[in-house]
Write a protein that binds this ligand. Structure first.
Ligand code: NDP
Length: 269
């Protein structure tokens, strides 16, 4: 039951109607007997700074999950950032620090790796290709780079974002074989980390003829569960890993981030 001591968390995105995170987080708060609630906030890009500033003025507001299209813009609004958020150039969780500031972290990549691990797939020693260079792709690239793959190849439509991500990874992971490519062929794991596949008329993010048996094709898109590229990859004999696993993998991490240090009280009976 929501009461006077309930801590308030937000899901900040635009649009938010399709997002499932509040339902999942509220279930976790409930299961763990914590006195907190998460509410979706539909915030257009032009209002992001004003909306977050306003939330900080609400005394029982503790933090937020940040989603499309704000993950990169919110970086500049954080006073403290974890090294991995800095490296990924994106933030997807905010926690209040003191009266008037936010700390930011990125848990998308951890969620992706946790989803892979739960499904029995490994990262170390594998040749990995990431298609995309936006917020999700950057977070996944950092999390995978930390786990010693044999090679990391980056592919993206726009050159500018691709080069920027490559430069950040190459300077942080000196030992890593990280390159820029155009072909997903020759890899063990290919990740679609673009937003292509959300809409029925989207083009495929890469040529499925370049994957086959022995290759795992992973997705970040959650709906539809089997995106056109996963469908095509299955037809080529490749194994597939749907995007839902990434969200499931990071719910637990988000819950731990918000409830650390006993900052949420127990729910009264
Ligand atoms: P961004 O907007 O930051 O990045 C989008 C990426 O898709 C960029 O690499 C962009 O390329 C590429 N892209 C978009 N349109 C096209 C196109 N027409 N042709 C080629 N490339 C294109 O978004 P995010 O990284 O934040 O999110 C990407 C997807 O990941 C979203 O669908 C989101 O829902 C999903 N996601 C899933 C999560 C999960 O838990 N499963 C968690 C987080 C995100 P360019 O740089 O050239 O614009």
């Amino acid at each position: 039951m929501i009461g006077g001591k309930t801590k308030l968390f937000g899901l900040v995105g635009h649009p938010v109607a399709h997002v499932r995170t509040p339902q999942a987080m509220n279930a976790l708060f409930e299961q763990n007997g914590l006195d907190a609630v998460m509410v979706p906030f539909d915030v257009p890009p032009a209002d992001l700074s004003g909306a977050l500033g306003g939330l900080l003025r609400i005394g029982n507001f503790e933090g937020a999950v940040v989603t499309v299209p704000h993950k990169m813009a919110v970086l500049e609004l954080c006073r403290d950032l974890t090294p991995r958020a800095r490296l990924a150039g994106a933030v997807n969780v905010l926690r209040r620090v003191g009266e008037d500031a936010f700390a930011g972290d990125i848990l998308d990549g951890e969620g992706f790796v946790a989803g892979l691990t739960t499904a029995g797939h490994s990262v170390a020693g594998r040749r990995i290709c990431i298609v995309g260079a936006g917020g999700a792709a950057s977070a996944i690239a950092v999390a995978l780079a930390e786990r010693e793959p044999a090679r990391l190849t980056l592919i993206n439509r726009s050159r500018e974002r691709l080069l920027a991500l490559h430069e950040r990874l190459a300077s942080r992971f000196g030992e890593l074989d990280v390159g820029i490519g155009e072909d997903v062929g020759g890899h063990d794991l290919v990740v679609n980390a673009t937003s292509l596949g959300l809409r029925a008329d989207d083009p495929l993010p890469f040529d499925p003829e370049r994957v086959g048996p022995g290759v795992l094709v992973a997705e970040v898109i959650m709906t539809p569960e089997i995106t056109p590229i996963l469908h095509a990859a299955t037809g080529r004999g490749a194994a597939i890993h749907p995007g839902r696993a990434m969200l499931d993998g990071q719910l637990e991490a988000i819950f731990r981030y918000f409830s650390a240090d006993g900052r949420i009280g127990r729910r009264q009976a």
